[in-house]
Design a protein around this ligand. Sequence first.
Ligand code: ADP
Ligand code: MG
Length: 697
Amino acid sequence: MAGFFETKIEFLKGVGPQRAGLLNKELNIYTFGDLIQYFPFRYEDRTRIHKIKQINATMPYVQIKGFIRDYELSGKPYKQRLTAHFSDDTGEIDLIWFQGAKWIIKKLKPEVEYLVFGKPNIFKSRLYIGHPEIDINAEIKKDSLFLQPVYPTTEKLKSKYIDSKVIAKLQKELILKAPSYIKESLPEKLIRDFNLMKRDTAYKNIHFPVDNSNLTAARFRLKFEEFFYLQLRLLKLKLSRYNRFRGQVFAKTSLLNEFYHRHLPFELTKAQKKVIREIFSDMKSGHQMNRLLQGDVGSGKTIVAFISMLLAIENNAQTVMMAPTEILTEQHYNGLKKYADKLKLRIAILTGSTKKSIRKEILDDLESGKIDIIVGTHALIEDNVRFKNLGFAIVDEQHRFGVAQRAKLWKKNMDIPPHVLVMTATPIPRTLAMTLYGDLEVSVIDELPAGRKPIKTVLQFDENRLKVFGFIRKQIQAGGQIYIVYPLIEESEKLDLKHLMDGYESLSRAFPEYQLSIVHGKMKSADKDFEMKRFINKETQIMVSTTVIEVGVDVPNASVMVIENAERFGLAQLHQLRGRVGRGAEQSYCILMCSQKLSSDAKTRLETMVRTNNGFEIANTDLSLRGPGDLMGTQQSGVLDLLIADIAKDGKILQIARESAKSILEDDSELIKEQNSNIKNHIATLRRDAVNWSRIS
Ligand code: ADP
Ligand code: MG
């Protein structure tokens, strides 16, 4: 039964071994199931017929009806161009073929009415349609003209005469046979509640829509289904982890209260308090916590982490904080030590450059339980790092670490795994977080501490560089420090490095009275750290660098961020870079340098930066500009390879699909109730059909 969709594509009428090979290679279509899930990316409405007089070159596609008056061949014999003069009762237009003239000519007949379809263009103020589709009008079945599917193809396929039309033909063949094999995958109740189209009808209509409203309903149904199964899988994962892994119960709170009432240097924001409550309730639950903490740069994640650590420490557990770079690790260490000292807690730092003798002492103290807090880089996950009782692990800037690295940290406690908090300053839109981190609990710090001055952001064209230099000079004279960042993009690394070096030289000439630091990815990390520290210690006033300074570094005295070629950066990156300033009491500035010529996307990005400092707003714009696949930290995630649903555009459907999956699991976590049998059966076919399953697992 389910075997039907596993049938090899070569056995479909009209395919055969040769075409099958092409479909395998070019489109990843191996089976009937793959083909039916190869959806059109748009539809052409062929019901409308234009008059030639109405046509202009800005129209995407037009359809015209008329006669071929005559035609001519031009150009060299092996590169012949065919021009046919086509007219209706309102005017004339040229149909031009640059290839295959020989074959086309044989088809052209006088006195026969044709239906022509294609994209109008203009050349030397004369309209033409290049490589149009032409059919004899009388031979066309009129009912086939409504909303024709257009499928993505490749150059290779087209050269072997497998174009969108051929794929549509194959789909038609398949759809004739398929309906009785298409089993409903959703429970009756969901179909009723959300008025969903039946599954078999939806597959018919997504390929060959009867009309617009059926197409809309088919799309909705298939998107819903795709999100539903994705969310169901994530939620099941979360549930099974919740049930499988116990967590240490942290209940004593007197140390925490002491810190809170006697040493906390500022009032926590509402958002910080809310997040701390969420973390505490997890840590008391008896189940392992797996929580993502999102908070914009400067929102105060560190203190939340520290206060949470106190709860673990007071209950006889050790804590770790892992960060992606040595500089960040040191800054965390210094920041946390200030607090830890007040409470006489023992804190240590472990990185790649920790000296051997000290390292040995630290490792011993960790194992005997003498150290309460260890801050470190991935040096922490080495096998010889052992704890007496690791109760709580925090990972900062989690997208910099691989899944395997994080998992190693979890395994540091054999008995009961540590509670885990991963932190990120990269704001992720809610819909994306639901999917990307759908198996984690998510906490958000959505407000900044009071009294922060919003960073002022301006655009400056390259011609105004001298003015910008003047501004920089004033800022340094007032005691500020400056970042100047150059893009570094893989493909032209050499060229970019040259830009950076040229920039550094011209800055040295422009500011002979000041000291400059330079940092880029090609430097040894010890040299990078050295330069970075000179800047942190105010020995240098200007930091010239590539994006290596992007992550987490904190120099409160830096008040100006200049970004060169700002149009070449993505929004998330611009926002991260800007977050390096605005950390102190002074007014801070971000200057986006760019050329006058900007693409419309680049313009939107830069204007967004000027308009807002809100990371979530920026992330939403980013998502709609680029789609989810390119957002920071999402690259390796298979969960975003969706067939039809679109996380950027279909947020509402995602939301209801997730809620539906959740309420079903809450009621029937093993999916054994009769009303959920459709789900159970569908999951079984997904498992069997490994190709499809791998797409969403
Ligand atoms: P991030 O979330 O980017 O890691 P940090 O934890 O480094 O932010 O905090 C940024 C700065 O804000 C730090 O200097 C910190 O001491 C300060 N801070 C954190 N919370 C508050 C608060 N509630 N009120 C005032 N200042 C705060
Ligand atoms: Mg931080």
